[in-house]
Ligand binder design. Structure first.
Ligand code: SD4
Length: 332
């Protein structure tokens, strides 16, 4: 159903200059240009998450939301399911290592009060999202990095464990045969999980966790732990989150931008499209994928991506299903 290989093929066509639509000026985006965001007709609990693994993350989050739990707990516990799954090669245990064979993780979390916590370049900890929450709740800081983040995690009772699985080590050994450094997001190396939720009180929280770009340079940190880039929550307005090539998300501060667009009256779909257009306008987007999701205070939700192939899981009233987003590059 969600054929990411087709996406790569389309990206290739795009890079050859075939089948591209013209580059709009972002100022020209009107409400008519994007399909209306799906609406729940008022705030009631909902949870939305990136990619197919969003389904299992939403399932867990929904358990919490449907028991009148807090959105913050829902988005932490939701993404933890994906972090703990060794089959996933883009998050937590089993995550694709950097080019030197180290699994280094990035994560952040934000609550309805505007509190935020993050860790980046952390190793040997299966649940970086929970360490990010501890940073938010137990320190006066927003982000801890690398060794310091690990030290803090251990002080908080997290156990160190090896995150490189046999399968991911084998894949890395194979990659080393050519060692082609390709800092692009394609079918092998994307699938960060970002999740947004509204609880029964109408409060909004969000989370994001990833092993980042596959075979990245040692020390490379993407957008995923950067508040405003991969994730932003403003309880008065809504929230947004990202997946895709972190470098362009960081350079345009995509999630913050989307929340500001929603504050100015755009729907989640329109706001996500406008943030994508910011990338289209400034950067060579042909070989890179970025997907955004957003929700607003009244329970509308939506998403948009550069290329075809981005999808999200949405769960409302206990019904958890996949939705494909609209996208910019429309080719044959
Ligand atoms: C990064 N944004 O490290 C992450 C990767 C990602 O879907 O989202 N993949 O740049």
């Amino acid at each position: 159903m969600f054929n990411r290989r087709q996406f790569v093929a389309k990206s290739l066509l795009a890079s050859l200059g075939l089948g591209l639509v013209s580059c709009d000026n972002e100022k020209e985006i009107s409400k008519e240009e994007v399909s209306p965001s799906s609406s729940l007709g008022g705030a009631k609990p909902l949870v939305i998450a990136t990619w197919n693994h969003g389904l299992i993350a939403n399932e867990k989050a929904w358990e919490i939301l449907s028991n009148n739990g807090r959105a913050l707990d829902a988005v932490e516990e939701g993404v933890k399911v994906v972090e703990a799954d060794p089959k996933g090669t883009t998050v937590g245990i089993g995550g694709t290592p950097d080019r030197d064979g180290h699994v280094t993780l990035d994560a952040c979390i934000m609550d309805e009060k505007g509190n935020a916590g993050a860790v980046c370049f952390i190793e040997n900890i299966k649940h970086p999202i929970s360490v990010a929450r501890k940073v938010m709740e137990e320190t006066p800081h927003v982000m801890l990095a690398g060794e310091g983040a690990l030290q803090f995690a251990k002080e908080q009772g997290f156990k160190e464990e090896k995150l490189l699985t046999e399968k991911s080590e084998k894949a890395w050994e194979e990659w080393k045969e050519k060692s082609k450094y390709e800092p692009i997001i394609n079918v092998e190396n994307h699938d960060t999980i970002s999740q947004l939720a509204i609880d029964k009180n109408g409060d909004i929280s969000g989370s994001c966790t990833t092993s980042g770009l596959g075979y990245k340079m040692r020390g490379r940190v993407g957008d995923s732990p950067i508040i405003g880039a991969s994730l932003f929550v403003d309880n008065e307005v809504g929230a947004a989150c990202a997946t895709g090539l972190g470098e362009v998300i960081m350079k345009t501060l995509g999630s913050f931008l989307i929340v500001e667009f929603m504050r100015n009256g755009l729907s989640p779909n329109e706001a996500c499209k406008k943030a994508v257009m910011r990338i289209i306008k400034k950067y060579d987007y042909k070989d890179l994928q970025v997907g955004y999701l957003a929700i607003n205070k009244s329970g509308e939700y939506g998403g948009y991506s550069i290329h075809e192939g981005f999808s999200y899981a949405i769960c409302v009233d206990g019904k958890n299903e996949m939705v494909k987003t609209d996208y910019y590059v429309k080719g044959e």
